[in-house]
Design a protein around this ligand. Structure first.
Ligand code: DPM
Length: 358
């Protein structure tokens, strides 16, 4: 007779408990809940618990993101909790995850990307207007150097000013004062919050390209945790994985980060992955922008065992063909090299120096 492993309450399937770490903001909670829901449906026998914590990025609200100078602003406390095994996985916005993760951590899932574009949220008194038709000198709130640079280039009649805080705080600052005529936010965040009625305009990539990894949820885990990695790998969306590997490789090779104005646009059309990348001077007057393509295969591929733990810019996606993951990474590196050849280095160096001096 086999040993009786059942719990004292007689429940045979003594439940495995998986703890999911999240930041405390409402957006972070919504994002984490959506991933937890998916996992519960896929693994009904497992109990998932959510553990919320504050991060440096949530606590320092009086400084522009690009000035705090800490890369892992929103991720460090969560990674500490992962390391101490207080949590087993952490849900992030991929765009907040540095392109080089600390050793021992990995991105074990990249979920299907939502609308990647930025959106304009108007002060209610400006209802009906667009960035084009706002009066000369209108103040636009954003602390993203990427958004400010591109929009200054395209809408020279507007002024720009930092706005920090979580989404709730920003909308409040917009609505309850006369400081800003409008603020710019990622459409994805607004949609997840259920605030689509506040979106008055979605910015076209011609006017404003998005940030690396924008509108994409990622799940971080301990690199050696094979069971968790296996569990999470089914969440991967092949097209998003390859686009984001290319985008992250581009940013890493440029030595970008959130303190420089770098923007991307990527598309997977059948066997073709295309990536457009650009760097801007802070005032938008200089721009180096190029597009490159590569061939990929987004069908799920069973690679050899040796490739299962291969990481591409921090992303592990064992169910996807290694050749495609390599090609996506090379695309990002090649595009960054091309931009650097065309003068991106000087543009970035100056932007960094000016931003540090502000
Ligand atoms: C990063 C930036 C911003 C966030 C910089 C950028 C926006 C900062 C600002 C790296 N992280 O985009 O150029 O507007 O002052 C952030 C948001 C989301 C993830 C909110 C937003 C939600 C959307 C998503 C903050 N991180 O961008 O409006 O999952 O991409």
């Amino acid at each position: 007779m086999s040993t009786n492993l059942s719990a004292p309450d007689g429940n045979e399937n003594t439940s495995q408990v998986i703890r999911i770490g999240t930041r405390k903001s409402q957006l972070a909670r919504i994002q984490t809940d959506s991933v937890a829901e998916k996992l519960k449906q896929l693994y009904p026998e497992v109990t998932f618990e959510i553990v919320a914590m504050s991060t440096v990025g949530d606590k320092i609200l009086d400084k522009a993101l690009s000035k705090i100078g800490e890369k892992s602003l929103f991720t460090k406390e969560l990674e500490n909790a992962l390391e101490r095994k207080e949590v087993d996985l952490v849900v992030h916005s991929l765009k907040d995850l540095p392109t080089s993760l600390p050793p021992g951590f990995t991105i074990a899932a990249v979920l299907k990307r939502e609308t990647p574009y930025d959106a304009v949220v108007l002060h209610p008194k400006n209802a009906g207007l667009t960035l084009d038709t706002l009066p000369v000198g209108s103040m636009i709130g954003t602390s993203s150097l990427r958004r400010a640079a591109q929009l200054k280039r395209r809408f020279s009649h507007l002024e720009f000013k930092n706005v920090r805080g979580n989404l709730n705080t920003r909308l409040k600052k917009l609505d309850e004062s006369d400081e800003y005529s409008a603020i710019i936010l990622a459409a994805a965040g607004l949609l997840r919050m259920g605030w689509e009625n506040r979106i008055s305009q979605i910015l076209d990539p011609e006017d404003c390209m998005y940030a690396v990894g924008q509108a994409t949820l990622a799940v971080e885990a301990r690199a050696g945790d094979d069971d968790i990695m296996e569990m999470l790998s089914v969440l991967n969306d092949p097209e998003t994985v390859l686009r984001c590997i290319a985008e992250r490789a581009f940013l890493r090779h440029l030595e970008g980060g959130c303190s420089v104005p770098v923007a991307v646009h990527s598309e997977a059309r059948g066997p073709q992955l295309s990536l457009t990348g650009a760097v801007y001077s802070l005032d938008g007057s200089d721009c180096v922008k190029e597009t490159m393509q590569t061939s990929i295969d987004t069908s799920k591929g069973e690679d050899e065992e040796v490739h299962r733990n291969a990481s591409h810019v921090g992303v592990m996606a064992p169910g996807l063909w290694m050749a495609s993951r390599d090609a996506a990474e090379r695309l990002g590196v090649d595009l960054a090299s091309l931009l650097l050849q065309r003068g991106a280095k000087d543009v970035l160096t100056l932007a960094r120096r000016l931003n540090d001096a502000r």
